[in-house]
Design a protein around this ligand. Structure first.
Ligand SMILES: [Zn+2]
Ligand SMILES: [Zn+2]
Length: 184
């Protein structure tokens, strides 16, 4: 059965390229993806010490509003996220759970002092959304450098991998949408 995946753009975050994230991630995931607007009390999750937002707590807050077992929710935000043991995270997900969270903050080229590059941002965001949704479907990090489930510590790692699952991860995903047989 198809699992509906809702991309929850948080607190008025409405990038003009949101639809491309919807379509790009749906293509790889093989499940229906929709964009929804979500309001959360983000200031509650802000750490003044770190100048960042606590990803674990935002994810927990996101899941409090999520009751449909046949769907998943992926919060998308532009605020900078951390978890206590790491300097920052691009995203977080519950392994084999209903929710995930992605931040575009450090996916923007401007963050690294480079010129704005929308294509790159769209591409990176699709990869991060697919990666976190992969975790929510129970996939763990993959040793294949080209696989979207390969761990990314830096944005360069995100650029190096593809937005697709390797055959082994793809098989574990158990996508039920009929696909043409693979040749070659
Ligand atoms: Zn991961
Ligand atoms: Zn893989």
């Amino acid at each position: 059965m198809a699992t509906r995946i809702n991309l929850g753009f948080l607190n008025g975050y409405a990038p003009s390229w949101a639809e491309r994230i919807v379509q790009g991630s749906a293509l790889v995931l093989g499940h229906p993806v929709d964009a929804v607007d979500l309001e959360m009390d983000l200031p509650r999750y802000y750490s003044a010490d770190r100048g960042q937002y606590n990803a674990t707590l935002i994810l927990a807050g996101l899941l409090r509003h999520h009751s449909d077992p046949d769907s998943k929710i992926v919060g998308i935000t532009r605020v900078d996220l951390f978890i206590p043991v790491l300097t920052f995270v691009f995203g977080q997900a519950q392994l084999d759970g209903p929710g995930a969270l992605v931040s575009t903050h450090r996916l923007r080229s401007e963050y690294y002092g480079l010129p704005r590059d929308r294509e790159r941002l769209v591409e990176r965001t699709i990869k991060e959304v697919v990666h976190e949704v992969g975790h929510s479907f129970g996939l763990v990090h993959c040793p294949d450098y080209n696989c979207v489930m390969h761990a990314a510590t830096y944005v360069e790692d995100v650029d190096l991998k593809s937005s697709r699952f390797c055959p082994s991860c793809e098989a574990q995903l158990q996508v039920d949408v009929p696909r043409p047989p693979q040749t070659a």
